[in-house]
Design a protein around this ligand. Structure first.
Ligand code: C5P
Length: 397
């Protein structure tokens, strides 16, 4: 898919810039040509000479370099490409893009382009989670900018968390998907994620400890393989992925309605931790303590089982994947659950507190399908997501 494609690669000034050299190599191996643009700060991390040698092309650096303007103006530079890629995309570049600033060659090219832009953010975890950066990301997402990563992990600054630039191979896959490739191009995949909140009264609710991390990672991995993703999420603590259609819900009933409204889909991954019960006698007004000192009695009603409903629906996606969070006899319970719910695969995991999986960044799962149980080693939730997404792509091929 990349053969004959032309990528304009903007390299930002971050420690991850060294990975851009590998990215250039991989793109060329895949048959793409690369025109590199370096920001001034990037030259502190990689030399124009090494970039130019690897790309086999001139490196563009300066907005006001007359030779460049004579050979190829910045407007043309930004339009001659099939895709603009920013890797690493620093907090500063993202802020400039979000504001539409054009004070150097990279930002000017990004503003002048009529092509899609894919960014691979890389920055310190605090910079990534800062409200200013998150605000910029939301704006960029609204502008249709595509994202790959960042990943969770150990960072050069010694901290741990989201902020590591995606690996070059992942960026190549995202470029492929952005250019209409990717094994899930043209496929619609529905993902549910996060907890549900079931109201007790207008200010109180019953919830669970799901962070939405695994569902979010799965949605992002499916997107990176080219899928169109509808992401139906309860009130999760991790932000939804970029580049997917997000439907925010609160209760199980709303989640079911959103799932049904999103059909048809080629596949569905139901990673939400849906509350089994809702409060049947939820109060319309805030409940008050009364003089007798009696505590209110809550009555529960069973929530609809979204996974089972979808599996039995006439509009059933070709592949339905459920989750089973268990604390004992994981495989036995998950096997029974797979039969009861009528889904194709169950991703089972042990969420006993000792595993640290619930709310943590790693997961250890067993995949149950009609071919049996397959135990995957413990790995980052992102890695589980990528492996699962690749499996889904195989199954839908
Ligand atoms: O029954 P249990 O909640 O353990 O089943 C887990 C699987 O079922 C998950 O895939 C979850 O998203 C789904 N589920 C659902 N609707 C419910 C309860 C669970 O879709 N009401």
């Amino acid at each position: 898919m990349l053969a004959g494609k032309h990528v304009l690669l903007i390299i930002g000034g971050g420690i991850a810039a060294y990975k851009s050299l590998e990215l250039i190599r991989l793109l060329q191996k895949a048959g793409a040509s690369v025109t590199p643009v370096l920001t001034r700060a990037a030259t502190e991390f990689v030399t124009p000479l090494s970039v130019s040698a690897l790309a086999g092309a001139k490196v563009y650096q300066d907005l006001f370099n007359l030779t460049d303007e004579a050979e190829m103006g910045h407007i043309q530079l930004s339009r001659a490409a099939d895709l603009l890629v920013v890797a690493p995309a620093t907090a500063d570049i993202l802020a400039k893009m979000a504001q539409g600033r054009a004070d150097d060659l990279a930002s000017t090219v990004l503003l002048a382009t009529d092509k899609r832009v894919l960014v691979a953010p890389a920055m310190n975890v605090r910079m990534w989670t800062h409200p200013a950066t998150q605000r910029n990301l939301a704006n960029l997402r609204g502008d249709g900018v595509l994202f790959v990563g960042p990943n969770d992990g150990e960072m050069a600054c010694g901290e741990f968390g989201p902020g590591r630039m995606a690996e070059p191979a992942e960026i190549v896959a995202a470029i492929d998907a952005a250019l209409g490739g990717g094994p899930l191009a043209g496929k619609h995949v529905l993902v549910t994620s996060g907890p549900t909140h079931e109201p007790i009264d207008p200010v109180r609710y019953i919830a669970n400890r799901s962070s939405g991390a695994q569902g979010t990672a799965i949605a992002a991995a499916l997107r990176d393989l080219g899928a169109t993703v509808t992401f139906v999420t309860g009130p999760a603590t991790v932000p939804p992925p970029l580049g997917v259609r997000v439907v925010q819900v609160e209760t199980a009933a709303q989640m079911l309605a959103a799932v049904q409204a999103a059909l048809p889909a080629d596949a569905a991954v139901m990673a939400a931790a849906v509350a089994d019960w809702r409060v049947a006698n939820a109060a319309a007004q805030k409940m008050k303590k009364d003089a007798s000192g009696r505590a209110p009695a809550l009555e529960f009603a069973e929530n609809p089982d979204i996974l089972a409903t979808l599996s039995k629906s006439p509009h059933r996606p070709r592949l339905v994947v459920g989750f089973a969070a268990e604390t004992t006899d994981v495989v036995a319970h998950a096997t029974a659950k797979r039969a009861r719910k009528g889904c194709d695969w169950i991703v089972a995991n042990d969420v006993s507190p000792a595993t640290g999986i619930m709310g943590g960044s790693e997961n250890a799962v067993t995949i149950l399908s009609d071919t049996g149980a397959e135990v995957w080693p413990r790995m980052a939730k992102d890695a589980v997501a990528r492996r699962l997404a690749a499996r889904i792509a195989e199954a839908l091929a």
